[in-house]
Design a protein around this ligand. Structure first.
Ligand SMILES: Cc1ncc(COP(=O)(O)O)c(C=O)c1O
Length: 403
């Protein structure tokens, strides 16, 4: 009781954070009170241009009135009842996602990693039902990221996510990213599924190549495995199409969505084609919270806004404006070594630790993000304006110039 009272008096600082919490992400030294459009406001009243948008979650930025209305109205009606019941907001969002994707069925969960777990289980069950006893292997690609629970972590490439947590889930393995020869070597009749990100996000914004996808399609025909597209970061319009796989000649069997799907509330989905539609029987898999009605109502409002406001077009246009701006910076500043841009999923490789620039940008009231040691990652809201994008480039210019 005594301790509890003390905790309540703690200031919102990094020191208190260390005292209170198990480590999560390394947090920025910034206490946020609210957001407005593409801007976050600190407890000292300073406005920060947010170029990472809740790690790709806040597709509509902060304070979208339609989103708030949908959340309020649904919360007033029903916040939670569980999947024991038929819930209208789940139906509405499921229909919308199936209409957009042309896929057959939906499973709702709460987070990206849960969507990956559900997909691993679906793939193994599908393989078991298909009559191949040894078809259990789940493969992913080097440099990938699929999440932090055991199944998803076992598919995640970097040692920093897996070290000390072994043993990983058995019969999981990695194929070299964009290496069709290694792909051919690794997949076999034993392969139940191959998990891919079309654009690797945490891995530093790298796109899967068309020849790799061509080979993957060919080998799926030969060995009968599932292709699972992890659209958790690249999906919901960020790359200029609703799904990033639509940029390529690919029809995945399963698709995982999360991050922006619940309009900022925890929500994820697995979408699957006819092949897998009857794999789970009742009770095989489930979740208490997954498909929460408020999150589904928010998701529907978010998707409606993406279409009504033409945000995929905006992602293409502003993404290309940022790309041009960054290339101009690269001509002036030797610190920039490469730029990779897919809509509003943008990576810029620099010749030192990217987190140095994150700190400097913060001092100039712009929030950027570092991934893969030396990659500056930008995942701004999909409705970011031209002026805001230009402001980010201007600040980056200042930072590189001052070095
Ligand atoms: C591609 C990808 N897959 C899976 C995940 C895991 O999602 P979550 O953090 O919601 O569990 C992430 C999160 O960054 C991701 O980017």
């Amino acid at each position: 009781m005594e301790r509890h009272m003390n905790i309540k008096q703690m200031p919102i600082t990094q020191e208190s954070e260390k005292a209170l919490f198990f480590h999560n992400y390394a947090r920025l030294p910034l206490a946020i009170t609210h957001g407005e459009g593409s801007w976050l406001v600190s407890n000292t009243g300073i406005r920060y241009l947010d170029m990472i948008a809740g790690i790709g979650v806040n597709a509509l930025g902060y304070g979208d009135k339609r989103l708030i209305k949908a959340i309020n109205e649904q919360a007033a009606k029903l916040i939670h009842a569980s999947n024991l019941f038929l819930l209208q907001p789940q139906f509405a969002l499921a229909e919308k996602l199936l209409e957009i994707s042309g896929l057959s069925k939906v499973f709702f969960a709460n987070s990206g990693t849960e969507a990956i777990e559900a997909s691993i289980k679906m793939a193994r069950k599908w393989a078991a039902l298909s009559g191949f006893n040894n078809k259990k292997e789940i493969l992913s690609l080097t440099n990938c990221f699929h999440g932090r629970t055991y199944g998803a972590m076992s598919l995640t490439a970097k040692a920093k996510y897996t070290d000390g947590f072994e043993p990983l889930v058995p019969e999981t393995g990695m194929i070299s990213f964009n290496d069709p020869l290694d792909l051919e070597k690794k997949v076999s009749e034993k392969t139940a599924a191959v998990f891919i990100e079309i654009i690797q996000g945490e891995g530093g914004i790298h796109q899967i190549s068309a020849p790799f996808i061509e080979k993957l399609n060919e080998l799926r025909q030969r060995h009968n495995f599932l292709i699972v597209a992890d659209e958790i970061q690249a999906g919901c319009g960020r790359t200029g199409k609703f799904f990033s796989y639509q940029h390529l000649d690919l029809e995945p069997d399963l698709v995982c969505l999360a991050k922006p799907l619940g309009g900022g509330l925890p929500l994820s989905a697995v979408l699957g084609n006819e092949n897998i539609s009857n794999v789970f029987s009742y009770g095989n898999h489930g979740t208490t919270f997954g498909g929460n009605p408020v999150a589904c109502a928010a998701g529907l409002a978010m998707i409606d806004a993406i279409y009504k406001d033409n945000l995929m077009k905006n992602a293409m246009e502003i993404g290309s404006l940022i790309n041009t701006g960054l290339h101009q910076l690269a001509e002036k500043h030797s610190q920039i070594t490469e730029i990779r841009q897919y809509g509003l999923m943008i990576g810029m490789t620099v010749n030192k630790e990217a987190k140095i620039y994150v700190e400097q940008a913060l001092e100039k009231h712009v929030i950027i993000n570092a991934t893969s040691q030396n990659v500056i990652r930008l995942l701004p809201p999909l409705n970011i304006s031209r002026e805001e994008a230009q402001q980010c480039i201007m600040v980056l210019d200042e930072i590189f110039s001052e070095e």
